[in-house]
Design a binder for this molecule. Sequence first.
Ligand SMILES: [Fe+2]
Length: 322
Amino acid sequence: MLTLIPAARQHMPFRQALMADPATMAYNAPWFPPDGTIPFPEKDWDAWLAQWTACEPERFCGYVATEDGTLVGEVCWHGYGEGMGVVIHADHRGRGYGAEALTLLAERAFSHPEITRLQNNFESDRAPALRMHRCAGFVETGKDADGYTLVQLTRENHRERQLRRVTQAMCQWEAGVPERIHHFIKVHGFARQIGQMEGLSADEMFVLEVAALTHDIGIKPAIAQTGSCPGPLQERLGPPEAASMLGALHIPQAVIDRVCFLIAHHHTTQGVDAPDWQILLEADFLVNAIENSMLPKTVQAYRDTVFRTAEGLHLLSLLVLL
Ligand SMILES: [Fe+2]
């Protein structure tokens, strides 16, 4: 897992070495012949730091580090995201660091409301660069005036990519238990349907969808500890696991906090005071009613006491003929 650290004087020797390394800078050779390397003498450091520090959201430059503090690359954006850069040191390539560095850069950029997209361009024959950007959710938008491939990551692209990563992590978490994988995939589908039809905002949808994917994360530790998984135990054991998983995926802390609240209350039907909580209860029930072959009177009672959204009630009426 990488972390992103805003540029500071202590990173300048790494920057100097990065730009002096021919293997790292080979891509840059067309502009800085013969080998793409760029001198970065110490006398230039102050001016560079003045240009690239404390200038968010217009510009940002930072360094990505492994868990032991080793710096592996540099990322930046400028012009409020209209341009950007990512360089992973050649010694650290081939390990997925580029896509993770782009994800970290996107999380930081999209924490600023002024930034709605990150855009990059490079020569059309640079397949590894294109693949790295696609892995981080970027999409190609055409060619620029010089014939370079243009790629961009919108806030929506980024969120969708993060949802795919949460889905992947949850499938891994539930490896070998297909019924639980089926369950959260179905709950997520219903939650997305209800949330969109009920007019949730993009921010609310993201929280709801992450919560729908992870809501039953506490079943596995509950079974491991006690051999069973009563609702209150799931609600207690789920949030720490979700916080750990979502933190490793670089999901924003405010989202993690709300998702953990929802996991801790997804069997609680009293005091429901927000659409994400309400919709999660309904989506979970739409799946449980069928998976558990509930009796009509049980479904009816839950419908009358818990269901509130028009779309949830509509879906329930189509699934269960009462
Ligand atoms: Fe569930």
